[in-house]
Design a protein around this ligand. Sequence first.
Ligand SMILES: Nc1nc2c(c(=O)[nH]1)N[C@H]1C(S)=C(S)[C@@H](COP(=O)(O)OP(=O)(O)OC[C@H]3O[C@@H](n4cnc5c(=O)[nH]c(N)nc54)[C@H](O)[C@@H]3O)O[C@H]1N2
Ligand SMILES: Nc1nc2c(c(=O)[nH]1)N[C@H]1C(S)=C(S)[C@@H](COP(=O)(O)OP(=O)(O)OC[C@H]3O[C@@H](n4cnc5c(=O)[nH]c(N)nc54)[C@H](O)[C@@H]3O)O[C@H]1N2
Ligand SMILES: [Mo]
Length: 757
Amino acid sequence: MSDPRARQTRVTTSHWGAFEVETEGGRIRATRPFRDDPNPVAIPEILPQAVYHESRVARPAVRRGWLEGRGGADRGRDTFIDLPWDEALDIAAREIDRVRTTHGNGAIFGGSYGWSSAGRFHHAQSQAHRFLNMAGGYVASFGSYSTGCAQAIMPHVFGIDFLKLLYQHQDSWQTIAHNTQTLVMFGGINAKNAQVSMGGITRHEVTDWFETFHKGGMACLNIGPQKTDAPEGCDWMALRPGSDTALMLALAWVLEDEGLTDHAFLARATVGFERFRPYLTGERDGVAKTPEWAGPICGVAPDAIRTLARRMATTRTLITVAWSLQRAHHGEQPYWMSAVLAAMLGQIGLPGGGVGYGYGAIGGVGKSMRAIGGMTLSQGRNAVRDVIPVARIADMLRNPGAAYAFNGETRHYPDIRLVYWAGGNPFHHHQDLNALDAAWRTPETIIVNEPWWTATAKRADIVFPATTPYEREDIGSSKLDDYLFFMPRLIDPVGEARDDYAIFAGLAQRLGAQEHERFTEGRDADQWLRHLYAGFRDTAQAMDIDLPDFDGLRARNWMRLPVECGDEGRSIFAPFRADPDAAPLGTPSGRIEIFSQTIDSFGYDDCPGHPVWLPADEWLGAATPEAPLHLISPQPGDKLHSQLESALADQPDARPERLAIHPDDAHARGIGDGDLVEVFNARGRARARARICDTIRAGVVALPTGAWFGDAGCGPDPHGNPNVLTRDIGTSQLGQGTSAHSTLVDVVGIPKGDAPD
Ligand SMILES: Nc1nc2c(c(=O)[nH]1)N[C@H]1C(S)=C(S)[C@@H](COP(=O)(O)OP(=O)(O)OC[C@H]3O[C@@H](n4cnc5c(=O)[nH]c(N)nc54)[C@H](O)[C@@H]3O)O[C@H]1N2
Ligand SMILES: Nc1nc2c(c(=O)[nH]1)N[C@H]1C(S)=C(S)[C@@H](COP(=O)(O)OP(=O)(O)OC[C@H]3O[C@@H](n4cnc5c(=O)[nH]c(N)nc54)[C@H](O)[C@@H]3O)O[C@H]1N2
Ligand SMILES: [Mo]
């Protein structure tokens, strides 16, 4: 054995891909790019500072007010008492047992949404779900903040699970490069987002693909509020956020008006165009959805809409839609309407044509490979049936027992007494954080496993310090990536941190021998890794892929998998197009549903039976003197959400976060580049630093997510978390997704004398 304290370089992986880590003296010293990655990302550079940062949770901690029986009122404002592991686990296990015995498992919320870390075994959310299932079940959540609204609406339209559609049935970059002539990107295709993919993306290739597209003469048009949402060389149509549906309707109107609609395709492959058409032409509501109608709504010249429609109808056109469009009030509409527009163009099922969702949103979309399945920790069976739409958490906490509509059902919010969170940061990711802060005081007990003192950990009653992936062994693999990693334990756990697995095993043991056996199945972490890997290796073997045994993989550290493939037979739409009767879609009609009888029968005014233009409550068309600017809050380009923020939070050049603002809007407010500003509305206030640029549409400001929600009391959020400003309402009664992007604000400069040092 080599001296573990000597200088060593090994490879690990993460959601942002693989990287080399240099350790010496048992500490992480530096990170470096992974040799196979043509475009390495900078995200891990902060790791050596972040991993040892003073904000690591050193020991199990229990909140004083909770321990002394004062309930949840002081959450976020209280002090903590460090306890030995055994004592803290005893207290937590007793509390879980008390709640399940007194109120039933339906009083435990274990949705535990969040990205946690890469690694197949130590996936915090899976560990939490497995533990809670074994303990009798928990209230779960449906969908994601990423695509919750699309996950509800798109199965009605295409008859297929939205995630399956994304990852198994969309054209690969290769197919697009070979076939697409016109790429129309609503919300762009942003390489900064493709840095990241669940479980990891090893080769970052999106910018390279665009170079290939440009060389091949493809016309690439980015439609949205920011030019920077697409790589260099793409055209930009600067659109008002939240107006995409109006633009798509006008494009559809031109197709109809100029005889460019593929009516043969509509007749064979769709249902309901005759119900939609009178709305499009204005026969039904007196408003023809012409380019002249859409122009002022979208802030786009009507002629540009006509020209674009003609080009789309006469070239092989792929429409792509960013996920951001459905993280907005009425986000169902642009998603449904993009499918209708693609159907009218008649290219669905042709290579490089039709519509695709989330290219660039994460690195794995568009990757052409055969997935090897089978390395997933089983979560067991949840005996509690109650599920809330993921973004409705604050409503749930505020309104136990209240009725709400969701995708055709009337449901009731459960009465939650205990919340368990592992691997997520709701006080970064949820909307209207000041309102969540108030709602969060209602449960009797909140338990959090977390490596760092995040705003969520600070608002828990029992905090268990969790290891980071650098402090434990794991296997890194993703169904959307063609590399396999043995993730070494690079350093000892920081402080008294334990793996989530060990934390839950400790709790299970205290709940009873049976629980412990069911949770662990008699395996320790090493035995679990070997067990999961053996299953994966067998699956690979059945696909004629030879993999080394576990110790062989451990010795190799990483390998590339021979799983590249073409798109033949990949899409459900190709066979469907060839013979819709023989290969029908999973919708009630077996066809693409332009009008959905099912959705119509729900009777929702905020999501009727076919796509319509429904403006958001908050967008530039509803701007007021108090809130004249549209705030979008995209993903941060330099990090993953709120992860590794610990070391950034105290860097004065990094925080507060930068706010992109157009020169006209900045000058009108006397704001200079680099000035400290306050972004505000009736819901909250956040500090930010102005970044003046003409790559954002006038009237729109962009403040990325990712800054930690600070401890500001009633003052402005000091780090610049946009979620103190965003509105917390469902996209509609159908999807109930987050509406984060539908937010109006104003911005003021902070006089220099008032700015903190
Ligand atoms: N305004 C606005 N808000 C948004 C969005 C937006 O577009 N606009 N986007 C939304 C979207 S799409 C998403 S996905 C969410 C992201 O929100 P989250 O997924 O909640 O954000 P993360 O920062 O990834 O949170 C992961 C947490 O897990 C912790 N962690 C890491 N590894 C481990 C581990 O091994 N064990 C444990 N116990 N913990 C670990 C990290 O320290 C971190 O605190 O944000 C949403 N919020
Ligand atoms: N580096 C990095 N990459 C990430 C993440 C990260 O935290 N960091 N998070 C990952 C996650 S969890 C997810 S879900 C994906 C999200 O992927 P996306 O949803 O694609 O990402 P966003 O950055 O929210 O939005 C992309 C762009 O959409 C534009 N936009 C906003 N509103 C509108 C609109 O109404 N119309 C149009 N046309 N455009 C609009 C904005 O200009 C924004 O920059 O990103 C993933 N990738
Ligand atoms: Mo996401």
